[in-house]
Design a binder for this molecule. Structure first.
Ligand code: CP
Length: 320
């Protein structure tokens, strides 16, 4: 998949479609800008007029709670006009093509589309067809990428651990179907962590997963040794076309993160999950709600990080 579509001729962000191909410097710039939006005293984000007069449309062809809402809040914090289109009641249900829908919205002078779609490559396809003044942000496409989730995960890790270089990060569960795993592996490697370790049954790993720059474990107890950051993943049953697991119960017994297993990681390890979580399937409730969990911090951080990405993609430059 082409990646340089997301950068303009000066190497600045134009669209945000995938982490692949983006430099450590650019990822760090996103994290720094996001940090600058947060008041260090109370942790709140005030409103900035950076995108005043700009129109942003959220186009979510797949369900979402966290991503859609935080994009909308982020756009409002940047003073943009934002609307979230209800796809179920739009004219796509009357047979209008994706491209015709986009062209009609462009005719209403939309400046940015935030797109979630079940098909890998959908956001990239839209970015190839919009006018030069329009930016496209990928809010999750099929099994391919979820780059803004990866950036809010990196932001959360940096806030908790300060320095990426010594970190050993475990990503646990359904790697095969996970766009979050793919984007996180790329971001962690670009930012230079010591190790990215995937922990999963063989049936839930892509072929030749090692080529993605990870080490592999098929045993959760062994795999959690020396780990600083644990990223748990949801079992994506809606994307499973074959019986890849005996049962959810068996999966939890082998790969569920319980308080006992969490003790096998470093004592100050943090527990992350992009959500939605399935309690008792991939993570015990007491871990999800426990002291080492930063799952809700991830959600909060999504606002500042998405503000940074939208501001940069709209060619806003400079300190907040
Ligand atoms: N993490 C994430 O993408 O959650 P939503 O599906 O609720 O947006």
């Amino acid at each position: 998949m082409m990646n340089n579509l997301q950068l303009n001729t000066e190497g600045r962000l134009k669209h945000f479609l995938t982490i692949e191909g983006l430099s450590k410097g650019l990822l760090t710039e996103i994290l720094d800008l996001a940090e600058s939006f947060i008041n260090p005293i109370d942790g709140r984000i005030k409103t900035f007029p950076l995108l005043r007069g700009k129109s942003i449309v959220n186009l979510f062809f797949e369900n979402s709670t966290r991503t859609r809402t935080t994009f909308e809040l982020a756009a409002k914090r940047l003073s943009a006009d934002v609307l979230s289109m209800s796809i179920a009641t739009s004219s796509t249900s009357k047979g209008e093509s994706l491209l015709d829908t986009i062209r009609n919205l462009e005719a209403m002078y939309v400046d940015m589309f935030v797109v979630r779609h079940g098909i890998s490559g959908a956001a990239h396809f839209i970015a190839e067809h919009v006018g030069p003044q329009v930016s496209v942000i990928n809010a999750g496409d099929g099994q391919h990428a979820h780059p803004t989730q990866a950036m809010l995960d990196m932001f959360t890790i940096r806030r908790m651990k300060k320095d990426f270089s010594p970190l050993k990060v475990a990503i646990v569960g359904d790697i095969l179907h996970s766009r979050v795993a793919r984007s996180n592996i790329q971001a962690l490697n670009t930012l230079g962590v010591a190790e990215v370790r995937v922990i999963a049954p063989k049936t839930l790993l892509p072929a030749q997963v090692e080529t993605m720059g990870v080490s592999v474990s098929h045993n959760l107890a062994d795999g959690l040794k020396d780990i600083d950051v644990i990223i748990m993943l949801r079992l994506q049953k809606e994307r499973m076309t074959a019986a890849l697991l005996p049962s959810e119960n068996e999966y939890f017994k082998a790969f569920g993160l319980t308080p006992e297993r969490l003790k096998l990681a470093k004592p100050d390890a943090i527990v992350m999950h992009p959500g939605p979580i399935n309690r008792g399937v991939e993570i015990a409730s007491s871990v999800a709600d426990g002291e080492q969990s930063v799952i809700l911090d991830q959600v909060s951080n999504g606002i500042a990080v998405r503000m940074a990405i939208m501001a940069m993609a709209m060619q806003w430059q400079g300190g907040a």
